[in-house]
Ligand binder design. Sequence first.
Ligand SMILES: CC(C)(COP(=O)(O)OP(=O)(O)OC[C@H]1O[C@@H](n2cnc3c(N)ncnc32)[C@H](O)[C@@H]1OP(=O)(O)O)[C@@H](O)C(=O)NCCC(=O)NCCS
Length: 174
Amino acid sequence: MGRSVERIRVEQIPAEASFQLRHRVLRPHQQSSIVLFPGDDDPETGTYAAFGPKDELFGVATVLWEPCPWRPEVEEAWRLRGMATREGRRGLGIGGAVLSAAMDHVARADGVLLWCNARTAARRFYERAGFVPHGEPWEEPELGEHIAMWRNVPPVSVLARAIKPSHPRPMRED
Ligand SMILES: CC(C)(COP(=O)(O)OP(=O)(O)OC[C@H]1O[C@@H](n2cnc3c(N)ncnc32)[C@H](O)[C@@H]1OP(=O)(O)O)[C@@H](O)C(=O)NCCC(=O)NCCS
């Protein structure tokens, strides 16, 4: 009753503006400082957020310059961390839109490879975004099973041609 359909907007935010959602979604049972990543304060680091129609923070993700453990020779490798969509807003395309913006950031910075340690529960989400697994899954204490994943990042010019702007699915407003 009285529900309207709205779109989200995705923009770059200071890393610290993502900490609360990171903590709530990814590590709620640990102390909040655990969600600070080395490199969060690096000016090259990109943190992106999806906001709802009333400026509610719905999703976040961060990309940092960090060598890929199994491809150390690749200098322009970046790591994706802190990928989180608020509970109750998942499956609407928010994570995909935030990830797309984060990947654009990597491409603009001339990054060529993006990797992450993914929760296996989210593996399909990453596969849909073009990531492939590397190696075997492992158990991360307190967090569950993880698997390393990665993808190549095409140059900006190719990205602009190949990837249409992300259009999240319409969302109902509470
Ligand atoms: C993984 C996550 C960031 C995806 O965000 P999202 O906004 O739901 O992503 P999208 O709507 O763009 O894509 C949804 C896809 O993600 C997958 N997914 C993973 N967990 C999901 C969940 N709890 N609810 C809905 N979809 C989920 C589904 O495969 C879905 O694909 P489908 O549309 O083909 O069914 C989000 O589910 C989340 O925050 N999960 C908890 C934290 C987490 O695991 N983060 C990743 C750490 S590596």
